[in-house]
Write a protein that binds this ligand. Structure first.
Ligand code: HEC
Length: 92
């Protein structure tokens, strides 16, 4: 009996194993998505970016503003993120 309980727990553990895909469904696939998720999730959900539609300069400015807030990334990474966001959420 005890053995069966353990076996059941073990199988349940396998079945509910890790899911590697992230949950940010509002962020479309695209070059730079991984960088944006990593950097922009340092403080808040990276998905709040999906609530905005900006042109390339607008995204540059917003990413700059986040850098001033304390976002931690290299200039190249900020550039990649701004391009990803401009491609994903262009001005309407
Ligand atoms: C160091 C913390 C930090 C990081 C990292 C960060 N943010 Fe923010 N973000 C904030 C804070 C604080 C606010 C709210 C105050 C403000 O608007 O500056 C905010 C607000 C925002 C808003 C809403 C702005 C508005 O006007 O409504 C957006 C969009 C946003 N962040 C996008 C991003 C993106 C894109 C990244 C990745 C480049 C990012 N954030 C990374 C701290 C951060």
């Amino acid at each position: 009996m005890i053995v069966r309980v353990f076996a059941g727990a073990f199988l349940f553990g396998l079945a509910s194993g890790p899911v590697w895909a992230d949950d940010f469904k509002d962020l479309p696939e695209g070059q730079g998505r991984d960088v944006a998720v990593r950097v922009c999730a340092q403080c808040h959900s990276p998905e709040i970016a999906a609530h905005q539609n900006l042109d390339a300069q607008g995204w540059k400015d917003l990413v700059n503003q986040m850098a001033n807030n304390g976002a931690n990334a290299t200039d190249a990474e900020f550039d990649t993120i701004a391009k990803y966001l401009a491609a994903s959420f262009p001005a309407k």
